[in-house]
Unconditional design. Structure first.
Length: 476
């Protein structure tokens, strides 16, 4: 006879979908129930899982740590539905009834065994208590470590947040100076040297967000590690990631735009004929390092120096070359080079280079530095000085001339720093050292023979230095 109630019960028993999850089977445990739980999940004998864990622990010490972590992470199957999920059985009335009957049968069986073997049960309980105690200690230690790491991350991120904010936006505070090679300067000044104002501001804001957003995220997660609160707001995370990606792309664009300022190059040169009736030309260096320009207040970028303590005053170190002349005349050529967004822009930067030098009879006084006028931008500016000596003529390289000399070719292959305070004669193959050179008559001490070339701004101390040079020449 057809029974409608039996049909409904049959349908309900199969209506629930079976889902398999991993739990610790403490009913059949030896230590924690992890092995028996995994065995129930896989549908195999628990002995196999226990043997695998034992062998893995013997051959790989890290397996014990994995076991402890799984013990902490995997929950215990307490309810009937959890035990059914552990075995992959559907959670319905039929299976629940069957599971309760099985548990009742297991309880009766275990109780009978316990009555027969109380000593084993006591030993097992003692071992389980010890292992559970160790597990609780491990859990507590893990939580303490998380709190310590969270506190450390919190203060590190907070320091990054405060330092970067001070460096970028607070030029007059204690935390604002940006230190490079023991030189303090505002980060905004550093950006101004390479980028235009708009690109610099956009780049700074993008860089700030690029660093600050991860720092704020670390602060947030460190606070969660410390106080264990649970707040889930996906919108904040999505906004933060989006803003970070936009900042990254904006910074890349600003970087390309800044690099575009160095796209083109240009140079401008001017040659001066040196009127010298003597066979010897004396070359000296003025403006020593201890003079107007101090290395303690400047930072070098390639061959350009930035005086951060003097309103970003830019200067550079020229390069001196001594070459063979194409004729019987002494000459001096100044070549100025710079880069820019266009050829015209690069030429404008090259024209802004100002270099002072002076001739007194046969004495050439070269300035140690050239100055960059009107602009406060670094555009890879360079200035080369070429002194050309006729074949058979002599040049005397004064003290410290090696500070600007740049690979002066000579037959003896002597280094630049060893060429100073010596006489050199120009040959067809290059300069050659004159040993036992005769005493050469020094230039006359007459201000009427001074020749002003280009823009000369000689200070009083420079005049004194030149007179001292001439006295040294007279004493030779």
């Amino acid at each position: 006879m057809y029974d409608l109630e039996d049909e409904q019960q049959h349908k309900s028993s199969h209506s629930a979908k079976s889902s398999r999850r991993v739990y610790r089977d403490t009913d059949n445990r030896v230590i924690s129930g992890l092995s028996s739980g995994i065995a129930s999940y896989l549908g195999i004998d628990p002995v196999i899982v226990r043997v695998v864990f034992v062998l893995a622990t013997l051959f790989y010490g890290a397996s014990l740590l994995v076991y402890i972590l799984l013990w902490i992470i995997v929950p215990e199957a307490n309810t009937t539905s959890q035990k059914l999920e552990m075995r992959g059985e559907a959670v319905n009335l039929t299976n629940i009834e069957k599971s309760i009957k099985d548990e009742f049968t297991n309880v009766k069986t275990n109780f009978s065994k316990w009555q027969k073997n109380q000593d084993y049960s006591k030993l097992n309980d003692n071992v389980s208590s010890v292992v559970n105690f160790i597990g609780r200690i491990a859990v507590i230690s893990f939580k303490v470590i998380l709190v310590i790491v969270g506190i450390w991350l919190f203060f590190v991120s907070l320091g990054v947040l405060g330092s970067l904010t001070g460096i970028m936006f607070f030029n007059d505070t204690i935390i604002s100076p940006f230190t490079w090679n023991d030189i303090n300067f505002a980060f905004t000044d550093f950006i101004r040297l390479f980028a235009d104002p708009f690109t610099g501001i956009v780049g700074m804001i993008s860089l700030y967000l690029l660093v600050i957003i991860p720092a704020l995220a670390v602060i947030y997660f460190s606070l969660k590690m410390i106080f264990r609160f649970k707040v889930r707001n996906r919108a904040i995370g999505i906004i933060g990631i989006t803003l970070w990606l936009v900042s990254l792309m904006t910074l890349v664009v600003a970087g390309f735009r800044t690099a575009y300022n160095f796209k083109s190059d240009a140079d401008i040169s001017r040659t001066y004929t040196i009127d010298n009736d003597r066979d010897t030309l004396f070359v000296k260096l003025t403006n020593p390092i201890s003079d107007r320009y101090s290395h303690h207040a400047k930072e070098r970028f390639n061959r350009v120096y930035v005086d951060f303590e003097n309103n970003l005053k830019l200067s550079g170190k020229p390069r001196l070359f001594i070459l063979k002349s194409d004729n019987d005349k002494y000459s001096l050529e100044i070549l100025k080079e710079a880069r820019g967004m266009t050829k015209e822009d690069a030429l404008k930067h090259a024209k802004n280079l100002s270099y002072n030098w002076q001739q007194i009879d046969s004495l050439i006084s070269l300035n140690r530095y050239f100055e960059i006028k009107e602009t406060k931008k670094i555009r890879d500016q360079e200035l080369n000085v070429y002194i050309k000596i006729p074949v058979g003529k002599v040049v005397y390289l004064g003290n410290n001339i090696d500070q600007i000399a740049y690979g002066i070719h000579n037959i003896e292959n002597i280094y630049d720093w060893d060429m100073t305070e010596n006489y050199w004669i120009m040959t067809e193959d290059g300069l050659s050292l004159l040993e036992n050179a005769p005493v050469v008559e020094s230039p006359e001490d007459s201000s009427g023979n001074e020749t002003e070339i280009e823009k000369i701004e000689v200070e009083n101390d420079d005049d004194d230095e030149i007179r001292q040079m001439k006295k040294e020449l007279d004493s030779m």
